[in-house]
Write a protein that binds this ligand. Sequence first.
Ligand code: FRU
Length: 537
Amino acid sequence: PLSKGAYRTGYHFQPPMNWINDPNGPMYYKGIYHLFYQYNPEGAQWGNIVWAHSISLDLINWVPLQPAIYRSKPFDINGCWSGSATILPGNKPAILYTGIDPDNRQVQNLAIPKNLSDPFLREWLKPDYNPVINPGPGINATAFRDPTTAWMGSDGHWRVLLGSRKPGTLRGEAVLYRSRDFVKWVKAKHPLHSLRDTGMWECPDFFPVAVNGMKGLDTSENREGVKHVLKVSLDLTRSDHYTIGTYDAGKDRFVAENSSDDDSTGLRYDYGNFYASKTFFDPVERRRILWGWSNESDTPQDDTAKGWSGIQTIPRSIWLDVNGRQLVQWPIKELDALRGKGIHLYNTVVKSRSHDEIKGISSAQADVEISFDVPSLEKAEPFDPTWTDPQVLCGLKGAYVNGGVGPFGLLVLASADMEEKTAVFIRIFKASNKHVVLMCHDSSKSSARPELWKQSFGGFVDVDVEKGKKISLRSLIDNSVVESFGAGGKTCITSRVYPVNAIGAGAHLFAFNNGEQDVRIENLTAWEMKKPLMNGL
Ligand code: FRU
């Protein structure tokens, strides 16, 4: 019989049991990091939603507290849905969240700490003047939720966004509200941004990024040398998309840089199973950190049997790429403290159509960094310009379809007989005027169980391979999750996989190359990952 316990993650954020979804209200307060999240206290399926609450000193080891916001008042009796924290002047945290009222309308509520001298912020008050924002005229009361962290304009007034959809249409919108005192909110005439045919925008996030350097900015910062990022979670496709642009503070409008009006694809933080993400500013390290939810891709019956569903991805530092065209992400450096036994390889050729086992560590729970040297691009397959969707291309040209330059990369969570394996790989094509780099997760052989959803995922990698002819991959492997970072975090993919044999000591790790061209591993380091304190387990 299948050991369901094998699918629990070792170092990804999880409560001991039950359903979780979106990360909520991440913040730093008086020496402590807080994470709240959507949680069903009663089971492994979505429902009865409250804000569960955990605290940490390093964003890796977590201690659980009692739920911070739970269904207790008319304005949230049917659910305490997603929202965000804002640190008000005088270092006073405030939470805005969506409550589901007795008529199943989505209303926005304010919660404030009962006792500011408690650094754990255990108890939250929900003043009786709630809701502070009601769905007014022109708003669909069942498509009006997930307030952002608020920011302050140069006029000293607060602004907040709500995810919505224009009634009677498929136009997604980020509705803007303003307030002087954080209690009385007035809807702006125009949404900050909207886009036709994109459907309901869930969990918007809006924040500044520095044009130069990797340092993060506090949410209200806006000056020369700053761009803004708007992220929305598309309910239609269940994927997070972001746009880089400029925020016109005078007009309170966001001008997107590189997306046309009919572009609903945009850029993605993660091309895999990653949704309802949210960033926060960490004032200690002056960095912006991204949290995302990774849902199960087994069956609801499996979740009931396991007694749990959903994890949060490893927190990632996030900054604007030097080219200004996209964001770059990297697991926070605190994660490195979990690295245990490691092995190192360098200058090893992975011959055409071959694979080599990477031995010496137990790899069901591991961190693998690898850099490849591609001696020549001559054998690159021609790129068909109709291949606009990288996920479709990864399905078409999976890990086991021989290529020219690539597919090469890692086989993770592989069984000894290699029947089960999840491929993390790169494939390089030759277009008319440049090379196109594709990164994929091929989960088609991830499990011997036929009934599972084994979707492959992919994204293009915006690197100039002609230049250095090098490309790196990092994979965080954790029992039922593989989180990969290509080219130093330019393209990221998260997959959930459920092997039957490649679990625990039965999990193996390989480097592979199904290209015609040999590739060289310049460097490979793989570490076993220790288990942090994880919510009492
Ligand atoms: C996104 C979402 C939010 C909502 C919450 C409910 O996953 O649907 O829009 O607030 O989850 O749990």
